[in-house]
Write a protein of this length. Structure first.
Length: 119
């Protein structure tokens, strides 16, 4: 989580909502957002680019599964694991009700996965 916050600062990303970033470290607060506000992600946005970073508040798979399937990426000499397209697709399909953005994301993830299987 600290690596994510480091990258968010490095790229000038700010929380979309008026909640302190530190609340991401509090399991009780994350659970409250998820259960009482129906929030799925904590989003960082940029005023200067379309770059956006979503952090799932709850995830339908264990940390061990996610880690095993994850992909290591390096951004500005900071390495971190990110969820695989398959795990993201799994999570997106559990959203109810689906928004237009979720439907678009699902289609895009399915295309990415399909292209990778053809390689």
């Amino acid at each position: 989580m600290e690596k994510i916050l480091l990258l968010a600062r490095k790229f000038g990303l700010k929380p979309r909502i008026p909640e302190p970033v530190e609340n991401l470290f509090d399991e009780y607060i994350r659970k409250e957002w998820y259960e009482k506000k129906n929030a799925l992600v904590y989003t960082f946005v940029s005023d200067h680019s379309p770059l956006q970073l979503d952090i799932f508040l709850e995830y339908p798979r264990s940390y061990e599964e996610l880690k095993e399937n994850s992909h290591l990426i390096v951004i500005d000499n900071v390495s971190m694991n990110v969820s695989s397209p398959e795990d993201l697709l799994f999570a997106k399909k559990l959203i109810n009700p689906l928004r237009d953005k979720d439907i678009s994301d699902i289609k895009e993830l399915e295309e990415i996965i399909g292209k990778r299987k053809k390689m």
